[in-house]
Design a protein around this ligand. Structure first.
Ligand SMILES: [Zn+2]
Length: 333
């Protein structure tokens, strides 16, 4: 089996840009990122049977560029991407996972003949890359890491300009509906369900109940602080202070730390509300603030300027970078 090892340095924005064996420039429709963004060395192992570095490097650059709209300090300096060619039945990607080894790795099972557009249109690369935004909270709190990755997966696709904002909210709403409709784990609370997710096959319920937690926190942070805080800014602050700390984290300690870096009461209240009832995505209040109506299949987006601005601050290409610059200048005053 022939394996081609690519070493590329992905440098975004105004940072140094060096490419070895691949064109490292990125044009994914997002605003230029902070100049402080450090390059990431990415070793890409294309699937057996692939002809060269493309479309694989372009695909991975798009996903990493999108995740860097959350935090320019993406918490890895080196990353391995392993691609395994399989019979996918026409899909570009059928499976993805993260390995949190000394050099973290993303693994995907892909169609070796997949084209760039089809790869970029699949949510898995954004989901798996988003997992690395936080340390692993442990299997008992699997809801926390899966919830974060699921919350971001479609929004990052929209930030990268790969799907429209309308599409991203539609997919997110449908995800919440899948969680709500999951027959597995109904009536159980998240505290007991999360550690047994695999055994009970309650993936959708756990993933999307977790995603609703992050939606609620994000919307409250943005609306209750006039845009000074957001989930993005809390994660970016976390990377600066705490990502390198050799600690064991769980959902509680992550919530405590992310709260200290933004608005503790919002994180605490949303966590308490989440743990109180049965595990199901509670999105009504957040969707009302966002001006999103959902009938189970399609969304209707309220054109009122306040709701539109809130949605755009979360899903518009480049909006995260703009929001961060606004926050930065506020902090200097
Ligand atoms: Zn995941």
């Amino acid at each position: 089996m022939r394996r081609l090892l690519l070493l590329l340095v992905i440098a975004l924005g105004a940072g140094p840009e060096v490419g070895l064996g691949a064109d490292a420039s990125v044009d994914n429709g997002t605003a230029p990122l902070a100049a402080s963004a450090a390059p990431i060395r990415v070793d890409v192992h294309p699937p057996a049977g692939a002809d060269g570095p493309e479309p694989w490097t372009g695909w991975i650059q798009t996903a990493l560029g999108a995740v860097r709209t959350v935090s320019p300090d993406y918490p890895v300096e080196r990353l391995t991407v392993r691609l395994r060619g399989v019979e996918t039945g026409g899909a570009a990607v059928v499976f993805g996972r993260v390995r949190r080894s000394a050099i973290p790795a993303l693994e995907f099972y892909v169609d070796p003949q997949a084209e760039l557009a089809a790869l970029n249109a699949d949510w898995r690369s954004y989901h798996e890359a988003a997992h690395l935004l936080i340390p692993f909270p442990g299997n008992r709190d699997i809801w926390f890491t899966e919830g974060l990755a699921s919350y971001y997966q479609y929004l990052l696709q929209a930030r990268a300009g790969m799907i429209s904002e309308h599409e991203s909210w539609t997919e997110l709403a449908r995800g919440f509906q899948r969680g709500f409709d999951d027959p597995q784990g109904a009536e159980r609370d998240l505290r007991s369900l999360s550690p047994r997710m695999r055994q009970l096959r309650a993936y959708r319920r756990v993933y999307w109940t977790g995603a609703a937690f992050f939606l609620n926190v994000d919307v409250r942070l943005r609306t209750e602080t006039g845009g000074r805080h957001s989930l993005d800014s809390a994660l970016a602050a976390f990377h600066r202070c705490c990502m390198d700390r050799r600690s064991r984290w769980d959902a509680r300690s992550l919530i405590q730390q992310l709260g200290e870096l933004s608005v503790p009461s919002i994180w605490r209240q949303e966590y308490q509300a989440l743990m109180k009832g049965p595990a199901e995505p509670e999105i009504d209040r957040a969707f009302a603030a966002l001006g999103i109506g959902f009938d189970g299949r399609s969304v209707a987006l309220d054109p009122n300027p306040r709701a539109t601005a809130l949605r755009q601050s979360i899903s518009a290409p480049g909006s995260a970078g703009l929001a961060r610059r606004v926050v930065d200048s506020d902090d200097r005053q």
